[in-house]
Design a protein around this ligand. Structure first.
Ligand SMILES: Cc1cc2nc3c(=O)[nH]c(=O)nc-3n(C[C@H](O)[C@H](O)[C@H](O)COP(=O)(O)OP(=O)(O)OC[C@H]3O[C@@H](n4cnc5c(N)ncnc54)[C@H](O)[C@@H]3O)c2cc1C
Length: 345
């Protein structure tokens, strides 16, 4: 049985900056169907359009951006980010596109010391927890009580950080060999931390649902500075996908929900539903940018290999909930465990 030729781009194929782009190839103009107009589909669309290819972008929703979604209609002049809101400094391409579209980037405020938090049955603030780990009712050893969650992580990773300081990215070869099979939790257990300390670290570093995922991936992100010096787009993140759309107005087809992809001898046919019925587009290539949770329901003909289906099924997405509250304290009613902290430092 033949299988669809799905391949993943290597980092060598990705241009370093949006200005650089790919080498234009107008002499070999192709028809490319892109499934999804989230940021991945829009970037693919813009770069292929710059190369002179013919595009059809099929988007299931009535808007571009996918998981970049700014809510705007709840109050005049206000907006809230339902999806992505922070751009890490190391996401050079995203920052490059923002700059080339003239979008205004500003530092993202990561933590507010006075933000109310509800932890282990108590209302308190970040700064209070940071300075008073001993008052947290987690089952910590007396030594762990003297550490905050930040100090705990710094202590646990001391030798790893030293090695990265000394050898740079090359250090990851040895680190991967030693810790490649570890989850974050297993690593902290091996370093001798109690269940209470591991729970504390998971909750306060927002990683509770990731504690059983790869330590190496976590180290690359945290020690690689992925969460330092973040940016946001002043005025709302949806300006990024909207900027792409200005160049792709004629290519994006909204409310077009793809359900089948068929490999032909000389191309590919993509079938989709709209309010008007079922339609299809045929092109030389198809780029599929939908999340794996959607992809697993596609009718691929011929079918993908067993390994690809397994990889698509096995990819784990973490649930994420955002709560936006607006209004003046005097006219806001809520039974959420928020409001003024019970005690102040
Ligand atoms: C709540 C939340 C917060 C996040 N915060 C951050 C952050 O702060 N910083 C950060 O860098 N990342 C963040 N992310 C991750 C980031 O938003 C995503 O990695 C990124 O937007 C994914 O882009 P994408 O184009 O790959 O996929 P998507 O944005 O999911 O785009 C896929 C597109 O395909 C469309 N589609 C789906 N099914 C079909 C179909 N059958 N036919 C046609 N079209 C279809 C969808 O409507 C969508 O437009 C966050 C994600 C979420 C959910």
């Amino acid at each position: 049985m033949t299988t669809l030729n799905i391949r993943i781009m290597s980092t060598l194929e990705i241009p370093r900056t949006p200005a650089e782009g790919f080498t234009p190839s107008f002499d070999t103009r192709k028809r490319v169907i892109i499934i999804g107009a989230g940021v991945a589909g829009l970037v693919a669309g813009l770069e292929l359009a710059r190369q002179g290819h013919e595009l059809v972008i099929l988007e299931a929703q009535g808007r571009v951006g996918g998981r970049v979604y700014t809510l705007r209609s709840f109050a005049p002049g206000l907006y809230a980010e339902a999806g992505a809101m922070r751009i890490p400094r190391i996401h050079e391409l995203t920052i490059g596109y923002c700059r080339s579209f003239g979008l205004n980037l500003r530092p993202f405020v990561m933590e507010c010391p006075q933000a109310p938090i509800y932890l282990a049955g108590r209302r308190t603030t970040w700064s209070h927890i940071d300075q008073n780990s001993d008052q947290i009712s987690f089952d910590l050893t007396s030594r762990e009580r003297t550490l905050g969650h930040r100090q705990l992580w710094l202590e646990a990773t001391r030798d790893i950080r030293l090695s990265i300081q000394r050898y740079g990215q090359a250090a990851f070869r040895d680190i991967s060999e030693r810790y490649g099979d570890y989850s974050i939790r297993e690593f902290l257990v091996e370093r001798g931390y109690s269940e209470g300390a591991i729970e504390l670290y998971g909750i306060l570093s927002y990683r509770e649902s990731n504690m059983n995922t790869s330590l190496i991936e976590h180290l690359r992100e945290v020690l690689g500075g992925a969460f330092e010096d973040m940016y946001e787009i002043a005025g709302g993140m949806d300006q990024l996908p909207e900027s792409f759309l200005k160049y792709l107005q004629n290519e994006v087809h909204f409310d077009a929900q793809v359900f089948a992809v068929e490999q032909l001898d000389d191309g590919v046919t993509v079938r989709y539903r709209t309010h008007g019925g079922v339609f299809e587009e045929t092109g030389d290539y198809c780029i599929c940018t939908v999340p794996f949770g959607v992809l697993r329901h596609f009718d691929f003909r011929p079918g993908l290999s067993v390994q690809k289906y397994r990889a698509i099924r096995a990819l784990n997405y973490n649930p994420s909930t955002k709560l936006d509250v607006y209004g003046l304290p005097s006219n806001t009613a809520s039974n959420l465990p928020m409001g003024l902290p019970e005690f102040r430092t």
